[in-house]
Ligand binder design. Structure first.
Ligand SMILES: [Mg+2]
Length: 227
């Protein structure tokens, strides 16, 4: 059995700025400001990391930031349906066919490793027409601030769920940013990169993913690389 851990934004779906809009609303509601959000690079970062960076830049203490985190997550989830609807969130090319093909196999377990919180991840997938229940395990931006810790957490949860031992040897991390490749390495997992997000092939290549795709349209080739 192979554990396939998908990133969400830029990999499974095009979120088109929906994450930034939801974060802005939540930070303003909870902390009264959103800090340098507009010029901040969010890609590849966990939501916990983003909140800490932005509110530290705005002058808040670590304790003050920590005290508002749960409220920020709740707030993003509360506004999710409206915000995601406004940004016409949609699946990345080839993803519906790829998920159908993978789901039909009995030798793969689909999971998520994403910077989104455990509350917003399913809402974002659903907004793009992807049933979140297709993913049996996940590790989220609300679990850890450091993305590099997420693959190991997802493997642990997959092992608990199935009774089968998941390690880096039978796990693949799939994502669209250098941070996804680095977190695959941190989990000793196979790294599959795709250039459907903010990063072009030539930006991802120097990070030496095990496989690199322009997009996931060629289902057969992608399945071959994943398995
Ligand atoms: Mg991404």
């Amino acid at each position: 059995m192979r554990l396939l851990l998908f990133d969400i934004d830029g990999t499974l779906i095009h979120s088109k700025g929906a994450g930034r809009s939801a974060m802005k609303l939540a930070l303003e509601e909870v902390y009264g400001q959103s800090g340098p959000l507009l010029k901040y690079t969010m890609s590849g970062k966990t939501d916990a990391r983003i909140v800490h960076d932005l509110m530290t830049a705005a002058g808040l203490s670590a304790d003050e930031i920590e005290a508002g985190l749960t409220a920020v997550y709740d707030c993003m989830a509360k506004h999710a349906e409206k915000v995601y609807g406004e940004h016409s969130v949609m699946p990345c090319p080839g993803i519906p066919e790829l998920l159908d093909t993978l789901e039909a196999r009995d030798d793969v377990l689909l999971g998520l490793v994403t910077g989104n919180t455990s509350q917003t991840a399913p809402l974002k997938l659903a907004a793009a027409g992807i049933a979140p229940t297709r993913f049996k395990v996940g590790a989220y931006g609300s679990d850890r601030m450091d993305r590099n810790q997420l693959p190991a957490l997802a493997m642990e949860r997959a092992t608990t769920l199935t009774g089968e031992a998941f390690t880096g040897a039978n796990t693949v991390v799939i994502g669209d940013t250098p941070a996804d490749i680095l977190c695959a390495r941190a989990g000793m997992a196979t790294a599959v990169a795709v250039a459907t997000g903010w990063h072009a092939m030539n930006t991802l290549l120097p990070y030496q993913p095990d496989h690199l795709f322009e997009n996931f349209k060629e289902t057969t080739a992608v399945v071959h690389a994943l398995l």
